[in-house]
Write a protein that binds this ligand. Sequence first.
Ligand SMILES: Nc1ncnc2c1ncn2[C@@H]1O[C@H](COP(=O)(O)OP(=O)(O)OP(=O)(O)O)[C@@H](O)[C@H]1O
Length: 391
Amino acid sequence: MGKQDRQFRDSQRAGRYVSQPTGYRAFVPAALPPDPPLEISADLNVLLSQANLALGRLDGSIQTLPDPDLFVYMYVRKEAVLSSQIEGTQSSLQDVLAAEAKILTPDRPRDVDEVVNYVSAMNEGLARLAELPISVRLIREIHAKLLEGVRGSHLTPGELRTSQNWIGPAGCTLDEAIFIPPPPHEVAQHLAELERFLHSDSQLPLLVKIGLAHAQFETIHPFLDGNGRVGRLLITLLLCERSVLVKPVLYLSYYFKRHRQAYYDHLQSIRDEGTWERWLTFFMHGVLEVSQQATDTAREILELRESHRRAITDNLGRAAGNGYRVLEHLYEHPIVSVNDVKGLIRTTYPAANELVANLVQIGILQEFTGRTRNRRFRYEEYVQLFHDTEN
Ligand SMILES: Nc1ncnc2c1ncn2[C@@H]1O[C@H](COP(=O)(O)OP(=O)(O)OP(=O)(O)O)[C@@H](O)[C@H]1O
């Protein structure tokens, strides 16, 4: 086959641009898997094994934690913050923790609710997996949750789009678009094909399947808003559904955010040049890098917990038992008030106040509102473990 023929064939591999009656050209994706079939080079194969190993190690390190659920809390919030930050949302992890602890500050970013919704969408999606496979129906439910009452909520949450959308610089017109996804009447059909691919017993390695599925989802762009976030949620849900991870602890959005332009460019060149393998290489690098980092985080959490348990044993005397209870609680609720502690250990206000003062004294908690009433205390070192990779 000549060079030009090959170029033409590759440009049609992921789909084709089709002229629409009103004059513009929309991209109509071809069903997965790619045809001509993927060529998994020796290098990509090595990377795939490394990514698989790193994911396995991450999964193992979470499962050996004394109470895995306790430690998942921050991973989910971190992924939610990063995925929402890729474009637009300004909220940080600290803002989300404060919002969840119901701390109202005048400078609270308005878009923090978006991240809180992302957390709910992730948790509900994971819970639904017990009853429902990953399907168009589940994706729509997740979308509805994600957009409930926030940015884009006027854009039909949970409903597939019925008009043409496009991707390009903010406020650009259809004529100026970088990319025009398939016309609205085809969306349901392309999503159904994607669902079939996900449930087919093709021999492709699971990570390859997930990488292909994410890119295909972004190409279909089935909603008027939130496509990026739903597509990234889909990655985590697939990893959990297929039991690659027992818990949602991979914050891959960290990688997409850091390499945002490359992320967008890869998605675009799949469509224009059929470069599925290049995208998969980029994707596997991300899985590898973030898995290793998340495994380190799990080890650091364990070490922190050990050292703080020791500090409690050494300093709290008879109150040590209550100290351990508060410490465990902090992994799921890193911000507490004296009243929270009072309720947790069922004691009097003065006793809870004293315990909190002791925990401040030994460096576990820190008051951060600067107020004398309604004080709030944060488990600072724990929150900091997740902070480094945020910005
Ligand atoms: N050529 C492209 N340029 C930019 N983004 C693209 C491109 N192709 C696909 N995308 C995907 O589209 C997403 C943006 O779509 P949309 O605005 O509907 O999603 P969102 O979740 O509301 O936004 P965002 O991901 O930007 O926060 C990007 O995150 C990316 O995943």
